[in-house]
Design a protein around this ligand. Structure first.
Ligand SMILES: C[S@@+](CC[C@H](N)C(=O)[O-])C[C@H]1O[C@@H](n2cnc3c(N)ncnc32)[C@H](O)[C@@H]1O
Length: 468
């Protein structure tokens, strides 16, 4: 008789054996490439630092691998639109789905700057940089704080920001959206906060400080410094010689970019069957990162109120302990597809062993948060549905490429890569290869303290839609 943890090891080992010839360490990959880091200085991509993004260079490599020169690419977790812009620069059309308004705003505004009237935007940026109209405004429009953002700015910054927002009211709608976007790009660096994965971290100089908090985020930029620098960066990117609006030297036409705001669980079932040549995506990892907290400042600026924030949190793919079960999913999907996805989930033995183990850990109060089993269960259930939908909307023979990390809870390693690849096989994909990054990373320090250090894999999965 095995203990639960041993059973997990046995089931994980069986999965490893099944996929043994697919798991391949790829020495051309590194952490920079699969994270936002490689975008830090890239024109267009550097405007808003979307920390959970992957790099444009990675998408280019994947597109080389896909060797497509026409067609339509999908990213159901579009984020800041890396897949969309990189695909478009090669002349491919791209559709993104994104639930977080921060992501859709970045994509929309960037698309307007990139594909819009290229004479109007640089001159608008230049005028604001030279005249700094917010200095001449006596009006203020209070930044629409949320409870979790109150007190985020030093007093002088708050006043400058309020005047800046008032100035937007006298601009055209397009100009107001552009300069609101510019403000959105600097909110973190002018605030007492830092995005820290699971939550928004507060600097000890803020009025929210607690006596135990010694966190110092370093230099906090003043409003003018930050906003002018951002306007200049965007202006400079638009002036770069020899660079087309697509920010890449491209010879052909730019592909069309479209973004749909909403949960991919709702939007995917509305897309036509067999219409995409490829999917390049990265869902939230099962790591408890709460985008609705870390992006609270940006969401507030975009006018998201308390109740919308709560709704948004629940609409996100379940990856935090606060995510509850999503009701009514069975009514969103076509019945046969829902039933096949449910069956893949129910019969995934490693996953079921992990879920029983986590429930048992919860009952003995051994987990540091009782919401973990529900989060893990729903994470996989929702992704099973997404994977089955992706198989449906892809053309036969097309590839799906997914970037994701494995995780570890309660001492159990969860092979997200292999569990999702198993779902993929049930959904009609052949697993072509699972590229493993040369070195994984440990889990939280809490986990390591209790269970010792163990590397978890960071992978890129490549699945090919079967023809029949
Ligand atoms: C890892 S990020 C993707 C980043 C993207 N690859 C990029 O380079 O910008 C995952 C994204 O999924 C989004 N997301 C979470 N739940 C979603 C859902 N149910 N439907 C659509 N998007 C969702 C998050 O808001 C986040 O932007």
């Amino acid at each position: 008789m095995f203990s639960s943890l041993e059973l997990i090891q046995v089931q994980n080992a069986a999965l490893e054996t099944h996929f043994a010839d697919k798991l391949k360490v790829n020495r051309l990959l590194n952490r920079q490439l699969v994270s936002f880091q490689a975008n830090k200085n890239k024109p267009g991509y550097r405007w808003f630092k979307y920390k959970e993004g992957f790099s444009e260079a990675l998408v280019q490599r994947i597109l080389d691998y896909l060797s497509l020169n026409k067609g339509r690419i999908l990213d159901p977790f579009a984020g800041a639109g890396t897949t969309l812009f990189a695909a478009s620069a090669r002349g491919l059309d791209a559709l993104g789905i994104e639930v977080l308004p921060v992501g859709t705003e970045i994509i929309e505004v960037r698309r307007q700057i990139q594909y819009g009237d290229l004479t109007a935007i640089p001159s608008l940026l230049d005028r604001w940089r030279r005249t700094q109209p917010w200095h001449h405004s006596y009006l203020t429009k209070p930044f629409p704080h949320l409870r979790i953002t109150d007190g985020a700015f030093p007093h002088a910054t708050q006043q400058a920001l309020d005047r800046y927002l008032a100035t937007l009211e006298s601009e055209t709608e397009a100009a107001a959206q552009l300069f609101r976007f510019v403000a959105m790009c600097v909110l973190e660096e002018i605030s007492y906060t830092r995005k820290d994965g699971q939550y928004l971290r507060w600097d000890c100089r803020s009025e929210r400080r607690q006596s135990s908090n010694r966190f110092d985020k370093g230099k906090i930029l003043n409003f003018d410094e930050a906003i002018i620098r951002k306007i200049e960066d965007i202006y400079a990117d638009l002036q770069s010689p020899g660079v087309l609006p697509g920010f890449l030297k491209c010879t052909g036409e730019l592909g069309k970019i479209e973004v749909l705001r909403g949960s991919c669980l709702d939007v995917l079932p509305t897309l036509e069957t067999g219409t995409f040549e490829g999917i390049i995506t990265s869902p939230p990892y099962a790591n408890r990162y709460d985008y609705t907290r870390t992006y609270a400042l940006e969401l507030a600026l975009l006018g998201v109120d308390e109740s919308e924030l709560r709704t948004l949190r629940q609409a996100m793919l379940s990856c935090t302990v606060e995510n509850r079960d999503k009701p009514g999913l069975e009514n969103v999907f076509e019945a046969a597809l829902y039933s096949r996805a449910t069956s893949a989930f129910d019969h995934q033995q490693a996953l079921q062993a992990i879920l029983s183990y986590l429930e048992w850990q919860k009952s003995t109060k051994a987990l540091n948060n009782a919401g973990i089993p529900r989060m893990v269960r729903n994470y996989f259930f929702e992704l099973a549905l997404v994977i089955f939908e992706c198989a449906r909307v892809l053309k036969p023979g097309a590839l799906l490429v997914m970037v994701n990390d494995n995780v570890r809870y309660g001492g159990a390693t969860i092979p997200v890569d292999l569990i999702l690849s198993d779902f993929a096989e049930q959904a009609g994909f052949d697993v072509e290869v699972i590229w493993v990054l040369p070195s994984g990373k440990g889990n939280s320090s809490q986990q390591m303290g209790t269970h010792g250090r163990e590397e978890v894999r960071k992978c890129i999965y490549i699945w090919r839609r079967r023809s029949t």
